[in-house]
Design a protein around this ligand. Structure first.
Ligand code: DAH
Length: 354
C-alpha cells in the first residue's frame, strides 16, 4: 500500500475505533495512540521524507486532511462523552422533595429587650401606658424637680454624667439620665390626670464593675390620682410580681429614704426558692439567706414633686417605683452571673442559653 492509501486507512480505522469508545479515559488513550508524538500518524508521516519532490505537496495536503478528520472525530466523541457523563450525574442527583429541610438558624431578641416587652405588657394590662421621656435631660428633671436642690448630698448616689452643653438658666446642666425618675415630673407637666405611667429607658451612671455597667435600663412606674394610698402601691406590686415572677410571690416594703417620695421604701420580693421563709429543709436558704430579695425603691410621691409637676398635693396623691430591668430580669430567671457586663458583650454562647 502506498502512503496515501495508508493515511486514508488510518483515518478510517481511527474513526471506527473512536465510535466504540465508552469512557473519556479510553478516548484519551486512543488519542495518544493515533495522534501522539509517537503515535501511528507521526509514524506514517516519517514516510514523507522519502517521497519524491512532485509527490510531496499532494501527500502533505492529504496527511493534513486525514489528521483533521481524526481530530474532529476525537473532538465530537469527547463532547458526546462529557454530555452523557453530566446527564447521568444529574440523574443520580435528582432532588428528593421528601427529604427534611434544613432549619435556618433563628435568633431572638436580646434578654433585656425581651424583659422590657414583658414588663410593659404586664403593666399595660392594668391600665398603665408606656411612655418615652428623654434619656439626655436637664438637671432640673433628673434632680431639682425631684426635691434634690443643687449641691444636695443625696445627689451623690446618682454618679451622674454631665453633658458638655450650654447651661439653661431655668433647667441647669444637661445630664445623661441617671434614673428614669426624670419622667415623673415630665409626665405630670403633660397635664393629663390621672397618671398611670410606665417609663422604661436607658440610664447611665459612672460605674463599671462586676455588678454595674455604665449604661443600664430602669422601669419607672407612676400613679397619680385622688386618694391614692400605699395599699394601691402594694396591690400593683403584687400584681406585677405574680405576673412576672410567678403566682406565689409576695412583696414586702422596708422603710427607706428617697428625697422624692415620702414615705419611701425599698421593695423586697419573697424568695422563690424558700418561699419567704429563709429556710430550705431546716438549713439557711442559699439564694436569699433571709427569705427576701431586694428589688429597688418605691414610695408615695413627695408633695414637692407633685408641685413641681403643677399638681395640687392637697387634692392628688400618688406612688412611684423605679427598678433596674437587668437586675429584675436576672432575679426572675435565677441567673447568677459572676459579671453583669456579660449581658452586653454579645457573646452568643451566653445569649443562646435563653
Ligand atoms: N430613682 C431611684 C434610683 O434610681 C429609684 C426610685 C426610688 C424610683 C423610689 C422611684 C421611687 O420612683 O419612688 O435609685
Amino acid at each position: 500500500m502506498d502512503l496515501a492509501a495508508r493515511l486514508e486507512a488510518l483515518a478510517l480505522r481511527a474513526e471506527q475505533d473512536v465510535r466504540t469508545v465508552a469512557t473519556l479515559e479510553r478516548l484519551e488513550e486512543l488519542r495518544v495512540a493515533y495522534l501522539g508524538r509517537k503515535g501511528e500518524l507521526a509514524e506514517l508521516l516519517k514516510g514523507l521524507a522519502t517521497a519524491t519532490a512532485e509527490e510531496r505537496p499532494r501527500l502533505g495536503a492529504l496527511a493534513n486532511e486525514m489528521k483533521q478528520r481524526i481530530e474532529a472525530s476525537f473532538a465530537s466523541a469527547d463532547q458526546a462523552l462529557r454530555t452523557a457523563a453530566s446527564a447521568s450525574q444529574l440523574a443520580g442527583e435528582k432532588e428528593d422533595v421528601t427529604e427534611p429541610g434544613m432549619r435556618p438558624p433563628q435568633g431572638h431578641l436580646h434578654l433585656v429587650s425581651e424583659a422590657i416587652r414583658e414588663i410593659s405588657a404586664i403593666f399595660e394590662k392594668i391600665g398603665f401606658t408606656r411612655t418615652r421621656h428623654p434619656e439626655v435631660d436637664w438637671d432640673h428633671f433628673a434632680f431639682e424637680a425631684l426635691n434634690m436642690p443643687k449641691d444636695h448630698p443625696a445627689r451623690d448616689e446618682w454618679e451622674t454624667f454631665f453633658v458638655d452643653a450650654p447651661v439653661s438658666e431655668t433647667h441647669g446642666k444637661m445630664v445623661l439620665t441617671p434614673h428614669t425618675s426624670n419622667g415623673q415630673v415630665r409626665e405630670m407637666l403633660r397635664g393629663e390626670l390621672p397618671i398611670r405611667m410606665i417609663n422604661i429607658a436607658k440610664t447611665y451612671r459612672r460605674q463599671s464593675d462586676a455588678t454595674h455597667v455604665p449604661m443600664f435600663h430602669q422601669f419607672e412606674g407612676l400613679f397619680v390620682d385622688k386618694q391614692v394610698s400605699i395599699a394601691h402601691l402594694r396591690g400593683i406590686l403584687d400584681h406585677f410580681f405574680q405576673a412576672f415572677f410567678g403566682p406565689t410571690r409576695r412583696s414586702r416594703l422596708r422603710p427607706f429614704h428617697f428625697r422624692f417620695t415620702e414615705p419611701s421604701f425599698e421593695i423586697d420580693i419573697s424568695c422563690g426558692i424558700c418561699d419567704g421563709t429563709g429556710l430550705v429543709d431546716g438549713a439557711k436558704c442559699r439564694v436569699c439567706k433571709r427569705g427576701w430579695l431586694e428589688l429597688g425603691g418605691a414610695g408615695m410621691v413627695h408633695p414637692n414633686v407633685l408641685k413641681a409637676g403643677g399638681i395640687d398635693p392637697d387634692v392628688y396623691s400618688g406612688f412611684a417605683f423605679g427598678w433596674g430591668v437587668e437586675r429584675t430580669y436576672m432575679m426572675k430567671e435565677g441567673i447568677k452571673v459572676d459579671d453583669i457586663r456579660i449581658l452586653y458583650k454579645n457573646d452568643l454562647r451566653f445569649l443562646q442559653q435563653f
